[in-house]
Design a protein around this ligand. Structure first.
Ligand SMILES: [Zn+2]
Length: 260
C-alpha cells in the first residue's frame, strides 16, 4: 500500500490499536497485499501501537507475529469445513501462540452458525480466546447468523468484524444484535457510515465497539478519519481507538501496548 509519509487528517496523535488487519497477499478479485515489515512501518506513521492480524495460511500471521512481537498479534484463521480444523486450532491455542480465533464464513463458504463451527467455539471458550467473525455478506456471514452463534455459546466472546460491512440494513442489524447479546462486540473497519460508530457507542455500549483498519483491503487514513468524524468526543474516541480493545484483549493489564 502507498504511504506518502504525510498526515492528512486530524487527531493522528491519538493512541490506537488496530482490532482487525491482515498480513500477506490476497489474490483473485482482491488484488491486495502487505508484508509484516510494510505494516509495521505504516503503523508507525499512523500512531498504531498494535494490530490483530490474520491470514488464511496461519504460518503467515504467526511469522509476522514472530518478527514483530508485541506489535503484530496473530489470530488462528480456521476453516471449520475442513476435518482437521478442530485439532489444528486445539494445537495452536494449546501452545498459546494465538490471541484468538478468526472465522470467515464468506471466504470459506459456511453459515456462521453452522454446527461445523461448534468444536472451534468450544475450544475458544475453554481457552477464553475471543472469536472474530467476518460479517456483512449474504448468505454466509449475516449479523443474524452471527448472533445465533453467540446465543449458542453465551460464554464465547464474539467480535462482529465490520459490524455489518457495506449494507445499511446489515449495519443496523449488527447494532441490534449486539444490543440484545452482551457477548457480542462490534469492530468498525470497512463500514461506511460514520454516524453508526457513535450510535453503536451509545446504544450498544461505550466499551463494545473497536476501531480496525482491515488493511490491506482499506487504507489507514480513510479508516481513521471515518472514526474521527463519527461525532464522538475525544475521550470517547480514545475508547474506540484504544482502550476498548486493550481491555477486551487483557492488554491494559500489561500497561498498555508497547510504544510504536
Ligand atoms: Zn478482514
Amino acid at each position: 500500500m502507498a504511504g506518502n509519509g504525510r498526515r492528512l487528517f486530524g487527531k493522528s496523535e491519538m493512541r490506537k490499536i488496530d482490532a482487525h488487519a491482515h498480513v500477506g497477499e490476497f489474490g483473485s478479485w482482491c488484488g491486495v497485499a502487505i508484508t509484516a515489515a510494510e505494516m509495521a512501518r505504516e503503523m508507525g506513521l499512523y500512531g498504531i501501537e498494535r494490530a490483530i492480524v490474520s491470514y488464511p495460511d496461519n504460518r503467515v500471521a504467526l511469522d509476522a507475529q514472530e518478527c514483530f512481537p508485541g506489535k503484530l498479534c496473530a489470530l488462528a484463521w480456521m476453516n471449520p469445513t475442513l476435518p482437521s480444523a478442530a485439532d489444528e486450532f486445539r494445537y495452536l491455542s494449546g501452545k498459546g501462540s494465538v490471541s484468538g480465533l478468526k472465522l470467515h464464513p464468506l471466504f470459506n463458504a459456511y453459515t456462521a452458525n453452522d454446527e461445523c463451527v461448534f468444536p472451534l467455539m468450544e475450544e475458544a471458550v475453554l481457552r477464553d480466546l475471543p472469536v472474530f467473525v467476518h460479517s456483512g455478506h449474504p448468505p454466509f456471514s449475516l449479523p443474524w447468523s452471527i448472533g445465533q452463534l453467540a446465543r449458542e455459546f453465551p460464554k464465547a466472546r464474539v467480535v462482529m468484524v465490520h459490524m455489518g460491512h457495506g449494507h445499511g440494513v446489515y449495519i443496523q442489524a449488527a447494532i441490534d444484535v449486539a444490543r440484545t447479546l452482551d457477548n457480542v462486540w462490534l469492530e468498525n473497519s470497512g463500514m461506511p457510515m460514520h454516524t453508526k460508530i457513535a450510535e453503536a457507542y451509545r446504544r450498544v455500549g461505550s466499551g463494545r465497539i473497536f476501531w480496525g483498519s482491515d488493511v490491506p483491503f482499506h487504507h489507514y487514513a480513510v479508516e481513521i478519519l471515518r472514526t474521527e468524524v463519527s461525532g464522538l468526543d475525544r475521550v470517547q474516541l480514545e475508547d474506540v481507538f484504544y482502550w476498548n480493545i486493550a481491555k477486551f484483549m487483557g492488554w491494559e493489564r500489561q500497561g498498555g501496548a508497547p510504544a510504536a
